[in-house]
Each structure stands twice: as C-alpha cells, then as structure tokens.
Design a protein around this ligand. Structure first.
Ligand code: NAP
Length: 254
C-alpha cells in the first residue's frame, strides 16, 4: 500500500545547491495528496547551512532532521538510516544526491582524487541504497532517485574520475530498478547539466560562456529545476516510471 501522507525522505548532501533545493521541494511543495513533511538530510561539514535550513523548515512546522555523516562510509550510512527509521518511523524515499569533484587531466590525476570521487559519488549510492532496501522491501514501497550528471552520457575531459562515478551511478540505478521492481520500489536517475551551485561557481567567464553556448534553452539551470523533477519522480504521477535517466540540462545533450 502506498503511504498517502507524511512520506519520510532521506536526502544526501542537503545543505547546499541541488540537495538543499530537493529538501525544500519535498518538505514544502509536496502535492495535495502527498505531503512530504518529514525529511532527513545528510551533510559533511556545513554546520551553519544545516542549522539555517532546519530553522527555516521548523518555522513552517515541518519535521526535519539533519545528520552530519560521511556518505562514503558504509557504517555512517547504516547508522543514519537506522536512526531515521527510529525517529521518523520509516523511510519511503531516498535521494542519493551528495557528490564532489576533484578535476584534473588523467596525466595529473592522483590515486586519492580518483578514489575519493568514486567513494563519495558511487559507493555512497551503494551504502544508502543497501541500508534502506530491507525496510522498503518489507513495506513494499520505495522511491529511490540517484543524482548522476549529463557528463555520464557524453564524457568530459578533466573529469575521468567524476564521469566514471556518475556513469557507475546510471548502471547501478538500472540494475537496482530491475532487482526491486517486483517489490514496488522504483529507482530512477536524474542527470543535471550545468546548474548554478558552489560546484560550478569557480568556472571562469570564458568557460561559462562556452557552456551556455551549448545549452539550447540559453541559460544555466537552477537547483530548483532539478528538485522539481526529483519531486515528480517521488510522486504517484511517476508510479509507472523505473530504471530511467532524465536529463535536466536545458537541452544540452539532446
Ligand atoms: P554542492 O553545491 O557542492 O553541494 C554538495 C553537497 O553534498 C553538500 O551538501 C555537501 O555537504 C554534500 N557532501 C559532499 N560530500 C559529502 C560526504 N562525503 N558526505 C556527506 N555529504 C557530502 O553540489 P551540487 O552542485 O549541489 O551537486 C549535487 C549533486 O548534483 C552532486 O552529486 C553533483 O555531482 C550533481 N551534479 C551537479 C551539477 C552542477 O552543475 N552543479 C551537474 C550535474 C550533476 P557540505 O555542505 O557539508 O559540504
């Protein structure tokens, strides 16, 4: 049975950028029949941003809990999920959004930069998905959305580590979708293009202009552009969608 109200969501990387917009979208803007009032988010180090977000949402009487944890740690993920189930009474939605970049040309890329990116962007998806699935299988309901990137579809020089992690997320998404479909657990991915966040703020003017030239809609995306698609994928309107990758990129990769 699909829960109609008070779905419980976990969003990784909720303090900034796309994850922060997803937390707000799920908590505040759930559609009439689906009130996502209970959201747990995970972050790495931004205590101030976390506190600010908690204050903003609790002012509106929304239930929100924050976890300072490392998504690349299997133990941290399990502890977070166990505690969320305890505090919120369960988990219906998981958004694997946390991610990092450590860009460099392959010739100059260190082993640590490769390993760190794979751990934060790909192993994290394994960690949290594995922790929530026993619970979701038991309740026969779950919606998992993984945040990949358009570069997973087209490649990008200087990002072999990041692109490998994000392409891995797509393969993981499709395999998990096939494994869990019979249990009413839908698994999808979104692939954002060029979105205005801290991750992209260090591009210089020339790089920005070049990116925008390649976007048919002629502008960078906002975190909210991605968050709305994530909310759609968690809603009953998307009940017949699983194993898909939705590019949110202003047409960049059409
Ligand atoms: P962002 O602004 O840099 O925010 C990253 C978030 O992830 C922060 O909340 C950060 O927590 C958290 N995080 C990072 N490493 C973590 C760890 N080890 N453990 C726990 N939390 C961790 O990034 P963004 O631009 O919003 O990107 C969000 C996702 O979208 C990422 O997966 C990214 O790869 C993907 N994406 C972004 C773009 C883009 O153009 N921005 C395009 C395609 C895909 P703290 O605040 O505590 O550091």
């Amino acid at each position: 049975m699909e829960p109609k109200k008070n779905k419980r969501a976990i969003v990784t990387g909720g303090t900034r950028g796309i994850g922060r917009a997803i937390v707000k979208e799920l908590a505040v803007c759930g559609s009439k029949n689906e009130i996502y009032s209970d959201v747990a988010f995970v972050y790495n180090s931004s205590d101030e941003f976390a506190q600010e977000l908690i204050s903003e949402l609790t002012r509106e009487n929304l239930k929100v809990v924050a976890y300072k944890a490392d998504v690349s740690s299997f133990t941290d993920a399990k502890n977070v999920v166990d505690d969320v189930i305890d505090k919120l009474g369960g988990v219906d939605i998981l958004v694997n959004n946390a991610g990092i970049t450590r860009d460099n040309l392959l010739l100059r890329m260190s082993e640590n930069d490769f390993d760190d990116v794979i751990a934060a962007n790909l192993k994290s998806v394994f960690n949290f998905s594995k922790a929530v699935t026993p619970y979701m299988i038991k309740q026969r309901y779950g919606r998992i959305i993984n945040v990949s990137s358009v570069v997973a579809l087209i490649g990008n020089p200087g990002q072999t580590n990041y692109v490998a992690s994000k392409a891995g997320v797509l393969g993981f998404t499709k395999s998990m979708a096939r494994e869990l479909s019979s249990r009413n657990i839908n698994v999808n991915a979104v692939a954002p293009g060029f979105i205005e966040t801290d991750m992209t703020k260090n591009l210089n003017e020339t790089q920005r202009e070049l990116m925008i030239k390649n976007i048919p809609l002629g502008r960078p995306g906002l975190p909210e552009d991605v968050a709305k698609v994530v909310r759609f994928l968690t809603s009953a309107d998307a009940d017949y969608i699983t194993g898909q990758v939705i590019a949110v990129d202003g047409g960049m990769t059409m």
